[in-house]
Design a protein around this ligand. Structure first.
Ligand code: TRP
Ligand code: SF4
Length: 539
């Protein structure tokens, strides 16, 4: 089919916005925590790799992730992570923002591999799900236990323990389990059925290209990929709706595949068309131009003929040459057939009964072909709606392509990467509050060598992991406080000792309160509809 390309996103080039400036809103919270400095020449996106994303800007160019700032004005009451540029990128967030705005149904889902204790990096994702839930989303959080077992080789008992802990932190941070849904991949039959269906649309070469899988990759790992695809589309099982998946940019390969699969599962595709033959996107553009220029060449402009358009295109249209040649050949072939704009509904993946039902449902003048119907009285939007309706009535899913938002990774407290294998580099949500205090006190800073120099030149908040703690977590919703810390730091009024003391105390309090709430939920956990113990023979 020719319509695939219309589902790919256009790359939106990003101008370099991360220069060091003095204005808080312009620059401070937009620091990417020093990862920029590393200067690798490839942006690496590997869901199971250990690499960090070296340069976020490359993501815009290379993979077509769009800047979150572009969509921010459309978001009602944006979350502080959005306001501060911590959430820096998105794919197709507009439909989600629109749904929020119009009070239409929408959903948010993310998943967690239970490989260790939840830490402050996971907290960002928990908060993102919870915020969307508070804005009216159907919210979902899942434990990716199949993935942890397949891709990380964790035993089921380790998985059980960690799964419980993720759930407790999510609840303690405010997830409403009555309104939302929590599940384990291994325990969700509907999910696995969907994964199986999606697996039928996915082949090995594709996984090879996206994930670098090869002949040595085990089958369970591949199953965990289709399971994640099913996770991402799961909120739409009851009815199609805009769905946002908050994740780190390392998960973007999954998003691209999921968006592609959502489109591939659709029964019908809708395009514009001008004559009976099939044309791809580039050819359609040329046909549109030829149609618009009909006055110039047609003997009867009310009925421009295909051959006439072919001659005109050959004589007048410079580029792209190969599309011009191929479309002119098709036009020649169609001979005297008149060119008439129409909306084409293609049978991509429909059952015979669904295609019949579609033909029936098209109002007005129509022409029926083997694999498409041309509708002369429907516009694109009407045809889209009709196609989805017929699909849903005839056993299809009617998926909308899922959207995503991407947050920056936090810098490790010891500088470099925040890593769960280096305890001093990160703060676990289970850390003893005093240890949390100590870790912050020992963190590296963006401070100058001497207090005198700091007073004179100001600190480098943009390169300071402690400042990041303020911006990403400790200031919470209070922009004024974050701004104050920033301005005082770069203005030289704030010295690192006191600044770290304040941050350390805030961290200690945060951990104390969080752990109290975890303990409260611990008592209520049995009442929830999630089974946290695997009933498995194998360890
Ligand atoms: N692969 C994700 C990770 O490594 C976990 C995950 C599983 C997930 N299913 C998901 C994330 C669905 C977002 C949406 O952490
Ligand atoms: Fe970082 Fe605070 Fe020192 Fe500024 S004063 S460099 S924010 S620790």
């Amino acid at each position: 089919m020719t319509d695939r390309d219309s589902h790919h996103d256009d790359a939106s080039p990003d101008e370099d916005r991360r220069q060091s400036g003095t204005s808080w809103r312009e620059s401070s919270l937009r620091s990417d925590g020093g990862t920029e400095a590393a200067g690798a020449d490839e942006a690496v996106l590997d869901p199971w790799g250990s690499s960090t994303v070296e340069d976020y800007r490359k993501l815009f160019d290379q993979f077509g992730i769009e800047e979150f700032d572009d969509v921010l004005p459309k978001v009602p009451n944006p979350h502080y992570l959005m306001r501060r540029g911590v959430i820096f990128g998105h794919r197709d967030y507009d439909p989600v923002a629109d749904a929020m705005h119009n009070d239409d149904p929408f959903a948010s889902l993310s998943g967690f591999m239970p490989t260790g204790d939840p830490h402050i990096g996971h907290k960002m994702v928990f908060d993102e799900i919870i915020w969307h839930q508070q804005q009216g989303a159907d919210a979902y959080a899942l434990i990716a236990d199949l993935e942890a077992h397949a891709a990380r080789e964790l035993s089921w008992s380790e998985i059980d323990e960690h799964a419980r802990s993720y759930v407790l932190s999510l609840l303690a941070l405010g997830f409403d389990p009555e309104e939302g849904e929590l599940y384990r991949q291994s325990d969700n039959r509907q999910l696995q059925d969907l994964a199986f269906e999606l697996g039928a649309e996915t082949n090995f070469s594709e996984l090879q290209a996206i994930y670098d899988f090869d002949g040595e990759t085990d089958v369970s790992h591949m199953q965990s990929v289709v399971t994640q695809m099913a996770d991402i589309l799961y909120p739409q099982l009851e009815e199609p709706k805009p769905t946002v998946i908050p994740v780190g940019p390392d998960q973007d390969p999954h998003m691209r595949l999921a968006r592609d699969l959502a489109a591939r599962m659709r029964y019908f595709g809708v395009t514009e068309a001008f004559a009976s033959f099939e044309a791809d996107a580039a050819e359609r553009t040329l046909l549109r131009r030829a149609y618009d220029a009909r006055e110039e060449y047609a003997e009867d402009p009310a009925m421009p003929r295909c051959v006439e358009a072919a001659d005109w295109l050959r004589a007048h249209e410079p580029a792209p040459a190969d599309a011009r040649e191929s479309v002119a050949a098709k036009l020649d072939n169609a001979g005297k057939e008149p060119i008439r704009p129409r909306t084409r509904i293609l049978d991509r993946n429909a059952t015979e009964a669904a295609f019949e039902a579609l033909i029936e449902a098209v109002d007005g003048e129509k022409r029926v072909y083997d694999e498409h119907v041309d509708a002369f009285d429907l516009d694109r939007a009407e045809a889209d709606e009709l196609a989805r309706e017929v699909e849903l009535e005839n056993g299809g899913y009617g998926f909308l392509p899922p959207s995503s938002i991407y947050h920056r990774f936090m810098t490790g407290l010891t500088g470099g990467k925040m890593s769960s294998s280096i305890p001093a580099s990160h703060i676990s949500l289970l850390d003893d509050p005093e240890d949390g205090y100590d870790k912050v006190k020992s963190a590296t800073t963006g401070g100058r060598t001497t207090a005198e120099e700091q007073r004179e030149k100001g600190g480098k908040a943009d390169e300071c992991p402690v400042y990041e703690l303020y911006a990403y977590l400790l200031s919470g919703d209070d922009d004024d406080f974050a701004e104050e810390v920033y301005e005082e730091c770069v203005g030289g009024e704030r010295l690192c000792g006191g600044c770290k003391e304040q941050a350390a105390e805030l961290m200690e309090t945060f951990l104390e309160e969080h752990q109290e709430k975890r303990a409260e939920w611990e008592e209520k956990l049995d009442e929830l509809d999630i089974d946290l113990d695997s009933a498995r023979k194998r360890a």
